[in-house]
Ligand binder design. Structure first.
Ligand code: HEM
Length: 426
């Protein structure tokens, strides 16, 4: 077996555009290898990633020792260490229990009308111009709107949450930031938590029904979490639910625009939407890797991982493994079986998967039905620089603006009758 190049190369802009060829290069050299540059094991094969996410010997605790964390990152790391994503059992299920009540398929279904309404409003606003930047106009504002609705954040406070969330997501997705950016991320986390503390303990306005704020207020006394833990996990929802879904909308739209036959197939077959959403998640996943640390010496795919070593599970590469997905670089909505890793697997399986699927399905259906002649426009799409997240910084599209009569009919809510089976329940 040849020695694979470092995964760090994926950080280069020219590699981002041909990322999946690069992963093929890594996987065919070795599906699990020690990356000397990153000083971590890198898993790119589907079988190894699947084995690793279920292995209790691999821990999700990101900061086992705060003393090792650079001082400017410590305030951020201390909050992350209270989030379910960075905990193992028994703390992990304890932290997940209360919040997961807001994310059951039933609870998520109640958000359908609100998502349809938000997407319709954005499209109705953009339609007469015949142009949009899908990222700035739709993919960024929509998930933020929905997660803020779920948390019961008043409209006027949402821009501040978006501004805090950006440097935090950047710090999580990128281990090579300078000290000032890290300091900014830590400060943003401190500000966000202060905000949630005020929101969740506010007594002057009662929480809107069915929101997480209502759930927390009703159960705060009966839960085995302390307030700091609840606040840290609200911040997780905002960051995990916002950035990832933004990237999903951008990546999925780009994939459809680059595969007009697939877009046409979907236009004629609404029943294909749940499968299309899964295939688009597999094809270009917004979260490319998951991080684990060995709690003890263990065997993984026949290799010895030593206690304390980091293992990077490249779900984005596993999703293109030909051993599980024949012709993996083909976008195929009728692809049989094969479990993709876009939402992870095992105890940390994405809590917001049902919501992300629903948002994705509504957006794609709306774009395909309401924007005739939808096509790429302007400069080549630009990828954000990150090893962890994969998403576009902008995606310019053009389409045929509606005639005056059609324009008047828009926003009439006629799409709200949409089939509820689009959701692809977990
Ligand atoms: C397409 C969009 C999304 C993708 C691709 C995605 C991906 C993921 C992945 C891969 C994980 C597992 C990480 C690991 O095992 O280390 C995860 C966990 C998580 N996601 Fe998502 N996510 C998305 C949307 C959302 C949304 C909308 C929310 C909430 C509003 C959310 C909340 C969470 C939470 C709370 C966890 C941690 C679960 C746990 O540790 O038990 N995600 N997500």
């Amino acid at each position: 077996m040849s020695t694979p190049p470092s995964l760090l190369r994926a950080f280069r802009p020219q590699v981002q555009e041909r990322l999946y060829d690069f992963y093929d290069e890594l996987r065919s050299a070795d599906d699990l290898f020690w990356d000397r540059t990153l000083r971590a094991w890198v898993a790119t094969g589907h079988a190894v990633v699947s084995e690793a996410v279920d292995d209790p010997g691999l821990s999700s605790v990101r900061y086992p020792d705060m003393e090792d964390v650079p001082e400017e990152l410590r305030p951020l790391a201390e909050v992350l260490s209270r989030q379910m994503l960075y905990n193992d059992a028994p703390d992990h299920p304890r932290l997940r229990a209360l919040i997961s009540k807001a994310f059951t398929p039933r609870a998520v279904r109640t958000l359908r009308g609100r998502i349809v309404e938000a997407v319709d409003r954005i499209i109705t606003h953009a339609a007469p111009t015949g142009r949009m930047d899908i990222v700035a106009d739709l993919a960024r504002p929509l998930p933020l709107t929905i997660i803020c609705d779920l948390l019961d954040v008043p409209e006027q406070d949402r821009p501040a949450l978006a501004a805090w969330s950006e440097p935090i997501a950047e710090a999580i997705g990128n281990s090579r930031l300078d000290d000032d950016r890290n300091r900014e991320a830590s400060q943003s986390m401190t500000d966000m938590l202060a905000y949630f503390r005020e929101l969740l303990t506010r007594r002057d306005t009662p929480p809107a029904p069915h929101t997480l704020r209502a759930l927390v207020s009703a159960q705060a006394e009966n839960t085995d979490q302390d307030l700091d833990e609840l606040l840290a996990n609200c911040a997780l929802l905002l960051i995990a639910g916002h950035e990832t879904t933004t990237h999903f909308i951008g990546n999925a739209t780009l994939a459809l625009l680059r595969h007009p036959h697939a877009a046409d197939q979907l236009r004629g077959r609404a029943d294909l939407m749940p499968a299309a959403v899964e295939e688009l998640l597999r094809y270009d996943a917004p979260v490319q890797l998951m991080l684990r640390r060995a709690r003890r010496d263990l065997e993984l795919a026949g290799r010895t991982i030593s206690e304390g070593q980091t293992v990077l599970l490249v779900g984005g590469a596993a999703n293109r493994d030909p051993a599980v997905f024949p012709d993996p670089h083909v976008l195929d909505f009728e692809r049989p079986g094969g479990r993709h890793m876009a939402f992870g697997h095992g105890p940390h399986f994405c809590l917001g998967a049902a919501l992300a699927r629903l948002e994705g399905a509504i957006v794609l259906e709306t774009l395909l039905t309401r924007l005739p002649g939808l096509r790429l426009d302007g400069a080549a799409p630009q990828w954000q620089r990150s090893l962890n997240f994969r998403g576009l910084t902008r995606l310019d599209v053009a389409f045929t603006p509606p005639s005056d009569d059609q324009g008047a009919a828009m926003g009439s809510g006629r799409r709200c009758q949409q089939d509820t089976t689009l959701m692809g329940e977990t």
